[in-house]
Design a protein around this ligand. Structure first.
Ligand SMILES: *Cc1c(COP(=O)(O)O)cnc(C)c1O
Length: 423
């Protein structure tokens, strides 16, 4: 079928994410979504295995979330957050504070995950300035980490990876170290912090799984040891739960499995169930209190125009309702078991290097993916939406996915990977 007019007219005017526009395959024309299905303009249906970049945790168009947004749309789609507050934001802030452990009580709303990380970094730097401690402006982050695409976020990503290195010349210099998986690495991490702590504002990590860096996983014990080492040196510990938050790893937050309380946590992606953008950085009381004084200079210097957008906050509140009313974490457990059963045998396909499962995340890592476009094309032909990247093919489905849909996804991965191994 030929592309619709809106596509041929408009496509010459958009610039796609992380794409070499000269050679990138033409994107597909999406028409509508429902449940775990994406319908294309030509009527072709795709079972979505990745929930639109890990956001659509209740499937597409969740009725309760859509209803809440429709109501909010009539009442007040947006109002500035400077000088004015509103029910959706304050309700959401209280609910997040109640859900998060310890003193994680102060919510700063922004529009995207990257900006929530920027805010966490600014909070950390200014925290030390407000306390009168000089020179603590650098961050420690981890190899294979990813925290977003803005300049500050790029500076704490793994410099070896392919996404940001062209900007190396302008990026702030940070410390990027190994995830302390082994006792020896933990000792080295400890020694590193002891040596550099006077330069360090904070340590930032993705908990339990490093998403965009290739779905690299580590245990709750590793996270716990990391946190305890950071806190032993009285440095700030920032956890980026933008991917992992809201059930993805099997608990509401990944930090719950390590029973730790970071100083600041960043949330986004599934926060609004994938219907619209919203993110936040949530700080412990002691961070917030370091900004209280008679001087405006001590105030947190940040404030996005669309901060705490009421529509987005209404969506997030409705999404939290669904986590309370429906057995989401049970569904994650069920998906986990099914992924384990279906993906583990793929280890025997030639070229497969590793199979990793955590919560509702299933990863097939290969030795060398060669041509991701071939895989992407084959998956679409088979009626599934999967986006292999680097050396992995992964599943992060909606928690509401049916057994049949999940079987279709894992069965297609097996079929296509087998063909791929025989190329
Ligand atoms: C997606 C992601 C980000 C960036 O969020 P955006 O909304 O794309 O800016 C940051 N950190 C992690 C762990 C992510 O997965």
């Amino acid at each position: 079928m030929t592309a619709p007019k809106w596509f041929t007219d408009g496509f010459p005017h958009v610039w796609l994410p992380y794409s070499q526009m000269q050679t990138a395959p033409t994107p597909l024309a999406a028409k509508s979504t429902q449940g775990c299905t994406i319908t294309l303009e030509d009527g072709h249906e795709l079972v979505d295995g990745i929930a639109s970049w890990w956001t659509a945790c209740h499937g597409y168009n969740p009725p309760h979330v859509i209803e809440a947004m429709k109501h909010q749309l009539d009442v007040m789609p947006h109002v500035m957050f400077g000088g004015l507050n509103h029910e959706p934001a304050l309700k959401l802030a209280k609910r997040l504070a109640d859900l998060l452990p310890g003193d994680l009580n102060r919510v700063f709303f922004v529009d995207s995950g990257s900006v929530s990380v920027e805010v966490a970094m600014k909070m950390s730097i200014q925290y030390w300035i407000n306390k009168g401690v000089k020179g603590r402006s650098k961050f420690v982050s981890f190899k294979d980490g990813y925290h977003g695409d803005t300049l500050g976020c790029m500076s704490i990503a793994d410099p070896e990876e392919g996404m940001h290195h062209v900007f190396n010349e302008v990026l702030f210099e940070q410390f990027v170290v190994d995830v302390p998986r082994s006792p020896k690495q933990l000792e080295e991490f400890d020694a590193f912090l002891a040596k550099h702590k006077d330069e360090i504002a904070g340590v930032i990590t993705e908990p339990l799984v490093q998403g965009a860096g290739g779905m690299k996983m580590f245990s709750p014990d590793v996270l716990k040891n990391m946190c305890e080492t950071v806190q032993k040196h009285e440095l700030l510990f920032i956890v980026d739960e933008i991917f992992t938050g809201f059930g993805r790893t099997g608990t509401m937050f990944a930090i719950d499995q390590a029973e730790i309380v970071p100083d600041i946590i960043c949330l986004s992606k599934a926060l609004t169930a994938g219907v619209c953008p919203l993110a936040c950085a949530v700080a412990q009381d002691h961070i917030y209190e370091a900004f209280l004084s008679e001087s405006f200079d001590d105030a947190l210097q940040h404030g996005p125009t669309y901060m705490a957008n009421p529509l987005a906050c209404a969506a997030a509140n409705a999404s939290l309702d669904l986590f309370e009313q429906e057995p989401r974490l049970e569904q994650v457990k069920h998906i986990h078991q099914k992924l384990r059963n279906a993906l583990t045998p793929l280890q025997s396909i030639k070229g497969v290097k590793d199979i990793r499962i955590l919560g509702a995340i299933g990863v097939v890592q290969v030795w060398d993916i060669k041509d991701t476009n071939w895989l992407k094309k084959r998956f679409v032909e088979e009626g599934v939406w999967l986006r292999p990247f680097r050396d992995i093919i992964y599943l992060t489905p909606a928690f509401t996915i049916s057994d049949d849909e999940l079987d279709k996804l894992t069965g297609t991965i097996e079929k296509v990977l087998t063909q791929w191994s025989e190329l």
